[in-house]
Every structure is written in structure tokens, then in C-alpha cells.
Design a protein around this ligand. Sequence first.
Ligand SMILES: [Zn+2]
Length: 273
Amino acid sequence: MADTRTFKGVTYRNGELPKSLMKKVNGKHGTRRNSDAYLRSDAADALNGAIAEIKRKYGYDLTIRGWNRTRAEQEKFFYQRWTTTPYRGRPTKRWNGRTWYLKPGYAAASAPGYSNHGWGTTIDVNDFGGVGNFNHPNRKKFYPILRKWGFDDSEGRGHIREPWHLEYKDSMNKMKGKHKAKHKDNSNSKDWFDMATKKDLEDALLSVLKSSEGRKLLAKAVWQTDGVISAPADTDTKKNPHWAAEGLVKAARSNAIEAKNAARAAEAAAKKG
Ligand SMILES: [Zn+2]
């Protein structure tokens, strides 16, 4: 692990993220949901985006119980869990020139200065399942959204087996500048949506709107794509079919596979009546 990281031209050590690079995460956090939480600003922005999207789609308040850990907090944590008093058969760790024994009943914590929470980019999510359980329903529902916003679970899936432990990786964030997303051709270029004219799409949309199931699915697609389809809700798509047709075009031509699938399902439902 590198000894320092650099963000926005500022180099900092583990546990010493400067205040100028920190940002508050929206909402109240901690196991009791009464604390403010801070992360490096890029990670905070991304988490705020994911929290908003989860709230919008599921009505759920995602909270975290672990965020940036200062050096002092890391030390407090470490001394709670490790002792120089020998405990036979307990895990040991070398730190600061001494051997430390993990106290019975405690989970391991990193040595001060080596916490993966010390860079301001790592979070522990509340209610994401216990150790080794990567199938908790909350995690299954919400992790894909967090991942889209750049939160990676590879460290949590490693030897620590912590389904709640996620690390923000800027290079993985697909939601940065999404409003500037270029129209990309899909590999599946013969897709009906790619071939359709604007008139075709409007006709398709009108048939979608004739079916209540189709309207429901279209509304779902609108939510799921979060701006790729720009019409805000089914009632509005009813009032403004041209606008919604525009949304279908965008969905089809962008990389939003889920939008495309939802729009396609809406269309198929409409055809069935
Ligand atoms: Zn963690």
C-alpha cells in the first residue's frame, strides 16, 4: 500500500485527509443514524448520487456506519482490539516495534496508518448482511447502483469477507458527466430501436401509452435510466408523447441496456394490449 495519496494536487498520508478535501455525506449515519459522515469530496459526491438514486427508486435511506477514519480514530480502534498482553492462540500483528494480540471477542482492525478507511474513499454500509453473506436482499438491490457510482467491492470480497465494505474508485464511476454522454452505437446495431425513425418511435410510444401495463413499464424505465430517458413520470409521458419518444431514442442509442430492455418490455406489453 502506498504511503501517500494525491488528490486535486494535494498529497496526504493515511488518516490525514485534509479538511479542504473532505465533504459531508448527505443524511445522518453511523449504527444509530445520528452522526455526520465525511469522505474525500469525489467519494462523497458519488455516494450522495447513489443515496439519492436509491431513495428515488426504492424509497430507502441508505446509510453508512464507516467512513473516513482519522489517525486518532484508527489508534483508538486499534487499542480497543489489540493488546501487548500475550493471548495464546490469538492472531498477532507487528506494529510499532511490538507484537500485538487480538483480544478475544474482537474482530481485527488495521494498524494505525494502514486502515483502508484512512484515505477517505472507503465506506461500510449499514444493513448489508453479515460476514461472508453477499446475498443479503439490501445488498443485492443496492450494490449495483453503488457500483455504477464507482463503489467497488473487491476488497470486501477478499479475505475480509465483508459485504458492507466498499471502496470508491473514480475510474469505475460511470455516472460522472452522464449528462454529457455521447451517443454510442451498440454492438447490436440491428436493434429495432436503432433502426426506428422518430415516427416509428412515436407510434410505438402511443401504443405503449394505450396499455396500463405498458405505461407502468415505461414509467419504470424512466426511473431506472435516471435522466437517459428524460420524461419524469408516466402521467407526463401521457401529456407529452413526443418528449417521451425522444427519451426512447436516447435510451436506445445510449449504453443504457436496462433502459432499452425496459422500453422494449413496455412496447411488447403494449402490443399484447
Ligand atoms: Zn470497512
